[in-house]
Every structure is written in C-alpha cells, then in structure tokens.
Write a protein that binds this ligand. Sequence first.
Ligand code: ATP
Ligand code: MG
Length: 570
Amino acid sequence: MATDDKASVNPAPAEAGRDFIRDIVQADLDAGRVKAVVTRFPPEPNGYLHIGHAKAICLNFGIAEEFGGRCHLRFDDTNPTKEEQEYIDAIERDVRWLGFDWGKHLYHASDYFERLYGWAEDLIRAGLAYVDDQSQDEIRTNRGTLTEPGKNSPFRDRPVEENLDLFRRMRAGEFGNGARVLRAKIDMTSGNINLRDPVLYRILNAPHPRTGTTWKIYPSYDFAHGQSDAIEGITHSICTLEFEDHRPLYDWCIANLNVPSKPHQYEFARLNLTYTVLSKRVLTELVRGGHVTGWDDPRMPTIAGLRRRGVPPEAIRDFIKRIGVAKANSLVDVGMFEFSVREALNKSALRRMAVLKPLKLVIENYPDGQSEELDAVNHPDNPAAGSRKIKFGRELYIEQDDFMENPPKKFFRLSPGMEVRLRYAYFITCREVVKNAKGEVVELRCTYDPATKGGNAPDGRKVKATIHWVSAAHAIAAEVLLYNPLFVKPDPSGAENFTADLNPNSLEVLDGARVEPALADAKPEVPVQFERQGYFCLDPASKPERLVFVRTIGLRDTWAKDQAKEKAAG
Ligand code: ATP
Ligand code: MG
C-alpha cells in the first residue's frame, strides 16, 4: 500500500514485514469486507508454550497491533483429561512475557459449551447430525481410507426425535465413556476424510478445570473452534497448515449454524527448528520421563525454558520476524534463532570477567599482599553503561585453555616466554610452568611490566592476545551450567523414537569456576557477557553462598563447528 494513501483507516506501518496473511488482512480492510481486525491465539492447555507457539502468537497479536485491531487469548479447553490449571497459568505468563496483551479479551471454549450444545441440537433438528452407536473401532474402520470411500453407519438414518432423545441422554450422563457419539451427516464418500461424518461430540465423564462435573459430553476441536471464532467475532482465524483439510468442515459448520458472524480460516506453515522437537507430546514425555528437569529446563524449546536460559523476549520476536510467514512447511536452522539471541544480548548484556576452568597464575614481581583497582568498561558500545573497578593482585586465575606449554604456530595466547595482555590490566610474560606429580600444569609463574598499566606499552610494543582473568583473592566461586542442544540429529525423530536421538552431552557442569565480585549482583533472566566466553545469567536455583550460572549462548557458533569436526574425524 502506498504510504500517501491517507484514505485508508488502517494503514499497515511501513516497518511491518509483509506476508500473504497480512496481505489478505489489508485487502479485506481496503475492500471494506472487514471493519476491524480481530484475531485470536487458541492454545490447548495441555502443556507449556514453545517457540513454535511464539510464531503463532507473534502473528496473531502482531497483526492485531499493526492493523489497529485486537487479539483474543482463547483456551481451547475441550479435552479435560489432558488439561491442567498449571498449563493455563504458564500460558498466560508466557504470552505476557513475550510482550503481548489480550486486555479483557480472555476466553475459553468452555465458556461456550451451552451454546455449542444448542447448535448441535439445531443440526440434529435440521437432519444434519445423528447419534452413532458404533464403537470407536467400527467408526475408524468404516471411515475408509484415502483411496477407498467410507461406509454409512447403520445408525445414520435415525429419526430426528430418536437422535434428540439419545443426545440429551448422552448429556445427562446415562451412557458410559465412548458408548455413543454425535456425528455430522455430511458425506461418507467425500475425498476429504474430515467430511466423512466427523464426530462432533463424545461422551467423557471427566471433571473439567472450569466447568467441573457439569458436562458428560465434550465437543470435538472441529465443532468448537469455528463456532468459538464466530461468537467472538474473529475476522481472521489463523492456524497452521495441518488444519487446511479441516477448513471445509470449518466452513460447513459456519454455513449450517445460526452463528453471529462468519469467520474465515487461513493456514500458515508451522515452525520447525533443527536439533529441536516442537511436538507437545514429546515435550511432555521429556518432562515425565525425567530427561529434563522440568518444562522450564533451559534445554527445552519452551518459552519458560528459553526465559530461564536468559533468552530475552525481543530475541524471540526478532527471530520470528526474520523467518517470516509462508505457506510451505520448512525446517529453520536453529543457528538463525541463535543469531537473534546474540544480536539482542550483544546490545544489552553488560560485560564481566569469569574464568570457567581456572589455572592459577602468580605474578612474581608483584608485591605479596598488595592489590589495586583497575577500570573496566561495562559495555564497549554503550558509554552510558559506565565502568567498574576490578581488583588486581599477585595471584590470579586465567582460563586453562588460554595456556599451552608447547603451542602450535598459530597459538598466540600464553605459553612459556610469551607476552600477552591481561584485559584492563598489564602485559605479562610467562616465566615458568609448575606441574603436579602427574605432570599436569597447575600453576604459571609470570612477571608483569608495571609500565603497561591499562593494557598499553609506552614503548609501542604489541602483543598478539588479550586474555581475561580474575583475582584469586577476590573472585567468587561459582558453578556454571553449559547447555548444548538436547538432540544430536538436525531432524530428530518425534513420537516413540525420540530418546534415541537425545544428546548425552546436553549438559556440562563446571563446578570450579571463579567469577569477578560484581557478579554477586547478577540476576536471573538478565544475561551478562562473560568476556570471550558467551552470555550467561544466574539460574533461579542459585543461592548467595553458591552462585549458579547458566549459559544462554556462546559468543560464536562453536558447537556446530565441533560437531562438523567430529564428523570429519569419523
Ligand atoms: P499438538 O502438539 O497437539 O499439535 P499444538 O502444538 O498445535 O498441539 P495448540 O495449543 O493447539 O498446540 O496450539 C495453539 C496454536 O499454536 C495453534 O493455532 C497452532 O496452530 C499453533 N502452533 C502450534 N505449534 C506451532 C508451530 N510449531 N509453529 C507455529 N504455530 C504453531
Ligand atoms: Mg493443536
């Protein structure tokens, strides 16, 4: 749309990414078919939300925001055996955390049970629905296949009065679970299996989190969804591609019922991510089977897990914007997500020094018992973040990986005789290596050049590496949890076989880390950059006497590289 088109009431902002759904919305507004856009996000409260849901959330709430409409949060709570209050609470928390607000528009499919029931009776009276006494197996068998038509149920031509009577008795709880169902009377020979007399109601004598024991029958997804949309005045009912084949049934219900509005369903491709499983069933099994510590385990692709890992909501929104919305399913490289996380954290995270695998270093020409304070910037690109004082002394810790006794040609970090810069401090030279009885390096004896304070030599001499460190006397001991992808395969198998593809090294615990004193103030969900290492935040299970940090993400994509190397090595 041209930006000078002032006639339009709902101009899409210029920065909003365009996609085929937004084009449809814009066209409906332009043509006057729709006055105000109303969308909804309709989770089933049978698990926690994951990053795939974030795509649907950003799409539905995003469109409402961009076009000046509104988005409802509607719980699709039609299956009481799998739904729990814990999930309802988590879903609300996670949608809010992602940055979206449904205002007063919080709804539940269960709010509409009475109206849905009334519509079912209307269908019966119109000769468009019947009570079927066949067993579940018989119904399945008689439904036919993709190549064979189905067979009519022997109960298909029941008189209206008998259907009404049986349906009312189903509601009253006269029959056992699964004894009968209510089916739409459409076409058992349809090429679309969803139209072969789909089940509209099933008997389920189970208490519901909201309606208690009022109902003994529950509507199917297909009978609840479109009608809920119609009740709420949803203009664009946006769902994932697997519902494309359900659309004719969606439209059939809307066309044959006296509903207050005529919503339309549009389908988009669901998000699939490499090394990640986004099936709620598998995620539930990961939790129940103890493969992770819970729904908010930082390895989980859930919103709660990502949050605990330190991923900021803006990184998720940025990622969703970058991948766009398409009509064809695809597999997105998890590296794209990590790119968005690094982008966001590089901007926001304060810099700190932490040594994950410490090696002791003694500066022999630095006076024993002395210490001094040095200036360290909190963020190199943001002067407003200020600076802090860090303590320097005779005994330090550096990273084991920053030293090699017999370095290959291109190793420029510390080695015997080599001079390097200690970040924010001095040039030091390694003079001697101390080993234990097993021949392992346990300490480095070094000298420093007092003239290089702040990290520059007055004589202009250069060093090839700058390494991080902490003062042994001042550093705080901490545990650091390094999380790697939960699955070893880019395209892990779902369903029954997922355990075979679990990564046995998805968690590495480093229990001897030493971090600078400023990190005593670290907070959960607020990552800092451990210089040269990556982004880390405090784990909520951390205690003041035992700090625990979680790695949000490394600075570069080292994991993928290591995997490639391993593969190459056989
Ligand atoms: P299931 O695991 O049973 O398929 P679900 O993931 O579809 O469940 P719902 O609670 O029904 O869970 O999902 C709510 C909304 O989120 C639906 O509109 C669904 O289409 C959408 N959604 C679910 N998974 C994804 C995904 N991977 N990408 C995009 N949208 C998704
Ligand atoms: Mg679903």
